[in-house]
Structures are given as C-alpha cells and as structure tokens.
Write a protein that binds this ligand. Structure first.
Ligand code: PEP
Ligand code: MN
Length: 350
C-alpha cells in the first residue's frame, strides 16, 4: 500500500502517518519526492484496511498495490530506476550498456586480452565468472578469489566496471569487495537466503531469471533484495527451458517490455545463455535492444574454441565488434545511445 501525501503536507503529518502504520503492525518507508511525499507500507501479505490512514490530515490518497511484489512494481514507483553500476555508468536511463567478456575467468592472459578486446570494441563493462555454477561437479568450477583478483586487474587496466557472479553468502561478500556488481545466476534466482544476504550489501545486483521462472517469480525474487534495503537491482532475461531441444534455452523477448510495464527496475538481455549458440546471439541481441532492453550481457572469448565454459555460445572478438557497430544505429532509432565505461557516449566506430 502506498500513502500519497498532499503537496505541502507538513513533516508532522508525515510522521503521524508513519506512526499510525507502525501502530497497525507494519513497516513504513517514507519516500520524499520533488512533487509529493509518499509513504510505502511494507510487511503485509494481503490487503490492509486503510480507513484509519485515509482519515489522517495531509493524506491525499491511498493506493493499494495490486501485484504480489510491492516495492519492485511501477504502481509503487512510477518513474524508472537508474542503477549506477560504477561512477558515471548508469543502467536504466537513456544509455544502453554492453556488458561483455568470457563466461569464466581462466587466466591472467585470457581475461586481460578479453577485457582489452571488448573495451576496444565499445563495451561498457566487463563480465567473467570466478565462481561458476556448473551442471557437472567435474567441470571447471572457476578460479574463485584468484579470479576476482584478475578481474580487478583487468578493471585497473581498462577502466571497465566488473560484473561477476556470487553463488553463496561468503562469495557475495568477496565479490562486493572486488567487483562493481554482484550477479545472481539463473540457478540461484530463488535462493532466498542468498537474496537476503545480498540485499544487505551496498552493491548493485544483476539478477538473472531462473530457467523455469515466470516473470512474476523474477520480480518476487527482486522484491527480496529491495525488502532488505538494496534497491540497486538490474534484472536480466536469459532464456527459459522449453520443450524444444533445438535451442539451449528459449529466449523470452516479451519479458523485456513486460518487465518495463510491471516494474520500474531496468532489465538487460543475455542472448548468449538465451540461445546457447554463437550464430543466434547477434540476431537476438539486436532484437533485445529493439525491444527496449536497457543493456546487453554477452559472452566474448579471445579464443572460443579453447574456452573452459560456454565456448559454443561465445562470440569471437571481431564478431562482437561487428555487433556493437550494429547496435549503435538500433539504439539511435529508438532515441537511445550506447554508453561507454566512463559514462560518456561512444563516438569511435569499430
Ligand atoms: C553466466 O552468466 O555465465 C551464467 C552462468 O549464467 P546463467 O546463470 O544465466 O546460466
Ligand atoms: Mn556462461
């Protein structure tokens, strides 16, 4: 529930609403705005009787949020949220971000080369997993802390902010120490204890859609992060399991405009995991941008044939450069622009 105060309501009137909400046994979140102050009521799992609140002085209207997710919904916050990935690098505004890099950090030489290549081609941020959720316990599991150190090295050299996955609470604290944004992977989207822990960290989060999760499930998971006080959440569409084995996952393009309608949070698209095959990554990246994605997360490897994970869906660096060149006019056609890692617009053509 959202209590909207009259323009010019006094602090005492706002305080009285807060106290009344607390007396009713709920939490109150005042949200001062340029036009008006609103007070969110949290902690309810159903409709709240608002008669006492409606009668208080200074209250203009009470809005009952109809969705099961509250703070994540556009009813709660009509204006789009902009997440600052790193100083000057914003996700959810006019600029479209491109987060690129290998699936896994494999060695110093590999991640530095990848970082240089994606930076030269126009990427905004670097991705690369140090903690890898693999289907097989015998597959490469990532370099762990060493991988985070190498990502920090690549950031120091290229200036690219780093997005990398955490699989547990301890890993999340480490990622928050070394990187700019904590990725929560598809397999952990509904790991509620991890979500609660990450919600307490003051770091942007990239929350990927689970492979069998509905859009509502994704938004409910994001609600866990906001409920713990972390509002810097970027959602990510990365495809869902389907009946058709012809593709690794079915990339759900519709989720992009749907999330924009239902939520104020930004959403980026991952056509690499969304398709699983290099040949389909570029067309789906173009489509995702045209559909309104606030960014593209894409796997790029200096030598995909030698990659320790997800080589088949990783772009060659020259393919990535070509993709960036194609994304630029698509962004322009819909009134947007590609962002660069220092927050200015990319001018160089690749
Ligand atoms: C990844 O980004 O490398 C990854 C493991 O993605 P997902 O969680 O979407 O499978
Ligand atoms: Mn991967």
């Amino acid at each position: 529930m959202l209590v909207v105060m009259h323009h010019g309501a006094t602090n005492a009137e706002v305080d009285r609403v807060v106290r009344t909400i607390e007396e009713l046994g709920y939490g109150a979140r005042p949200m001062p705005g340029a036009q008006r102050t609103a007070i969110g009521l949290v902690g309810n799992d159903g409709r709240v009787d608002s008669s006492r609140i409606e009668a208080l002085p200074g209250v203009a209207e009470v809005i009952h949020v109809s969705q099961p997710y509250k703070q994540v919904s556009r009813e709660w916050k009509p204006e789009s949220t902009i997440v600052e990935l790193a100083p000057g690098v914003r996700v959810g505004g006019r600029d479209v971000v491109i987060i690129a890099g290998p699936c896994s950090v494999e060695s110093e030489a590999q991640i530095l080369e990848a970082a240089r290549q994606v930076k030269a081609a126009g990427a905004t941020a670097l991705r690369g997993g140090a903690f890898k959720p693999r289907s097989s316990p015998y597959a490469f599991q990532g370099l762990g802390r060493k991988g985070l150190e190498l990502l920090a090295l690549a950031r120091a050299e290229t200036g690219l902010p780093v997005v990398t996955e955490a699989m547990d609470e301890e890993g999340a604290r480490l990622v928050a120490e070394y990187a700019d944004c904590i990725q929560i992977g598809a397999r952990n989207m509904q790991n509620y204890s991890l979500l609660k822990a990450v919600g307490k960290l003051q770091r942007p989060v990239l929350l990927k859609r689970g492979m069998a999760a509905t859009v509502t499930d994704l938004l409910m998971s994001a609600e866990y992060l906001l409920a713990e006080g972390n509002g810097q959440v970027i959602l990510c569409e990365r495809g869902v399991r389907s009946f058709d084995p012809a593709v690794r996952n079915m990339f759900d393009l519709t989720a992009i405009p749907l999330v924009h309608k239902l939520s104020h949070l930004p959403i980026v698209a991952d056509p690499s995991h969304g398709t699983g095959a290099r040949g389909q990554v570029t067309p789906m990246a173009r489509a995702a941008l045209a559909a309104g994605a606030d960014g593209i997360l894409v796997e790029v490897h200096p030598a995909p044939d030698q990659a320790l994970s997800d080589g088949a869906q990783s772009l060659y660096p020259d393919q990535f450069a070509e993709l960036v060149g194609e994304l630029r006019p698509i962004a322009q056609a819909i009134g947007r622009a590609l962002a660069t890692s220092d927050g200015t617009f990319a001018t160089a053509h690749v």
